[in-house]
Design a binder for this molecule. Sequence first.
Ligand code: RUB
Length: 327
Amino acid sequence: MKLQDVKYDSLDEIAEGIRSMEIRGAGKIGRYASLGLSFLARDYRGKSREDFVKELKEGAKKLLSTRPSAISLKNSILLTLKGVEEGENVDEMREILLKRSGEFVRRSHEAVEKIAVMGMRRIPRGSKVLTHCNSNAALTLIERAFENGRVDEVYFTEYRPRRQGHITARRLAAGSIPVTMIVDSAVRYFIRDMDVVVVGADTVAANGAVINKIGTSQIALAAHEGRTPFIVASETLKFSRETLLGSLVEIEERDEGEVADPLKPSDFPGVNFRNPVFDATPPEYIDAIVTEVGVVSPYLATEVIRDMFGISGPVSTEGKKDETNWL
Ligand code: RUB
């Protein structure tokens, strides 16, 4: 993300962009949230340290409220604000925050590239790959694999209800990758023709379950049955510390109008609608999670979370007050 390419110029604009899903995909949400905090710090004119902390906390809560179950959003806010309180005055705090945000965004971009390079080695030469919805990490991996002769063709799901698959289609076709759109319900029909499935992640839980766009778990089940390897491309940013402490991952449920589309719910009298947008794929259906720190078995998720947050010994909800204070 180059600053000159960013069309938003304030935390509020970014919050609105995430809420309206103009900014979407877990990694991008995280990077933009960090940028939003840096805009807030840049524009803060006051001199009071306490007021600055208050503004930052309000900004952080506003960002989090846009998609409250997105762990990448929460992690990016905490990582961007980490250590900011050590600044003795507003100027020092601003400097720390701007530096942390810049580093965070840069590392996140680098992480996606590392994932692509490591992950493509898992794709056999001349593969047919299936992907679901629209994940930047998964698509970057597939693009690198294509450039290296490992991918011949990509199948992707249209993805209902919001059809993020169309974004996938345009991106792959623009890179001259042979690409075929199928409806979500056609996955089992085609799975035996696929050599590998590559998807992204919204959250990785401590037990190795991957929460990603709804339908991912059905694809994993079909892949398991069809003995097709199932690979997840995920920045460590998506790993959830809360799940280490026993919390369950909250699943976002969106407006029923998205399901009824192109009609309206009122065009179906007497009909209820449900629109959960993520589901959990259990670790036994996942062959590998490719992260920027290495390719790991889903059963090693706990280790990744411990490393990421510097947690050793027994896990407890005590401590780490520097981070939990912000939200
Ligand atoms: C997008 C989605 C993506 C993950 C990973 O959901 O589920 O697979 O977020 O994406 P939505 P990335 O469209 O509801 O945001 O690899 O880009 O972080």
